[in-house]
Design a protein around this ligand. Structure first.
Ligand code: NAI
Length: 327
């Protein structure tokens, strides 16, 4: 039986991979994949990794030296993988689409909570504080949603927004033909949207797509929701805008410096990230810990596609979900 070294394992990963797996001996490891932990994959031809593993050129080189031939990403984003460095050394596969509904529904859940202050109401009522002061939101009906990235998740989110009676405008360098989506420039999105939702990958072009300049164009009541990747938003620029009331609020499922903090309990430590500490303390910021994907359907889909990607690799079949360098 081929062995897979499975990094950054969480109980829900193990539950779903154990349900679906028939062909592999899976070595579940709690730690992240990084140069120093590569040796834990000894004897494995395959490694399974996730969004915050460090799959830099150094990690890739060490894995390849040790006999690893394939890295199966159990996620769709691959901005943490040095694809060019992997070329000719080992193959990279991913799960291009699992439940887009999981992420899009979470994005809308965040917007509704942030707008209607449900997170604050929950805390108040647990303390028998039934005051409504400061909890006023606005109707989503008739408002404009600006969507950046109209791939699998962006399009589901658009349908949800339309279900709420919102007007939708979108930006994507590769518009979805025949979708009936109204495409505009990013500038028009920033100027005209009441909510702005990010559904594009993190690339050189999209890094800090929300920066001081973008925020300066937005309505002071606009809500930003980010369920894609943290580095799409310049967090310091966001904090400045929140401090100066130039933006209505932000709902973040991802954060640019999340890798050392998210997916684990830090409640007994002193978190020294001052930007994050101030953001979480703001009443108009709502943070979740990269959990938008976390539904049963998505976890099943991730396990199924990851294992079938590995089946294809070990059977020498074409890798339909391979990530390749564009160079
Ligand atoms: P997708 O590949 O189906 O769609 C991405 C879209 O972004 C494509 O239409 C592409 O043309 C567009 N795009 C590329 N460059 C762009 C640019 N410069 N500006 C605007 N749009 C651009 O990807 P999918 O499945 O919809 O996922 C979107 C993102 O969601 C992923 O890249 C990933 O970072 C994030 N994600 C987050 C999860 C979470 O748990 N928070 C879970 C799954 C994905």
């Amino acid at each position: 039986m081929e062995k897979i070294a499975f990094f950054d394992t969480k109980p829900y990963d193990k539950e779903w991979f154990d349900k679906i797996n028939k062909n592999y001996e899976i070595r579940y490891l709690e730690g992240r994949l990084r140069p120093a932990s590569v040796r834990l994959a000894e004897g494995c031809r395959a490694v399974c990794a996730f969004v915050n593993d460090d799959i830099s050129a150094k990690t890739i080189e060490l894995l390849a030296e040790q006999g690893v031939e394939v890295i199966a990403m159990r996620c769709s984003g691959f901005n943490n993988v040095d694809i060019a460095a992997a070329e000719g050394k080992l193959r990279i596969v991913r799960v291009p689409a699992y439940s887009p509904y999981a992420v899009a529904e979470h994005a809308m859940g965040l917007i509704i909570s942030l707008n209607r202050k449900i997170h604050r109401a929950y805390n108040r009522t647990r303390d028998f504080n039934f005051s409504l002061n400061g909890l006023t939101g606005f109707d989503l009906y008739g408002k404009t949603a600006g969507i950046i990235g109209t791939g699998n998740i962006g399009r589901v989110f658009i349908d949800i927004c339309r279900g709420f009676g919102m007007k939708v405008i979108a930006y994507d360098p590769y518009p979805a033909e025949g979708s009936g989506i109204e495409y505009v420039s990013t500038e028009e999105i920033f100027r005209n949207s009441d909510i702005i939702s990010l559904h594009c990958p993190l690339t050189e072009q999209t890094r800090y797509i929300i920066d001081d300049k973008a925020i300066s164009l937005m309505k002071s009541s606009a809500l930003i929701v980010n369920t894609s990747r943290g580095k799409l938003i310049d967090s310091e620029a966001l904090l400045r805008a929140l401090n100066e009331k130039r933006i209505g609020g932000a709902a973040l499922d991802v954060y640019e410096e999340e890798s050392d903090l998210f997916f684990k309990d830090n409640s007994d430590s002193i978190v020294t990230d001052d930007v994050l500490s101030i953001l979480v303390s703001r009443p108009n910021v709502l943070l979740t810990s990269h959990q938008a994907f976390l539904t049963e359907e998505a976890l099943r889909g991730i396990a199924e596609v990851t294992l079938s990607n590995l089946d294809d690799f070990f059977a020498g079949r074409e890798l339909k979900n391979e990530v390749k360098s564009k160079k």
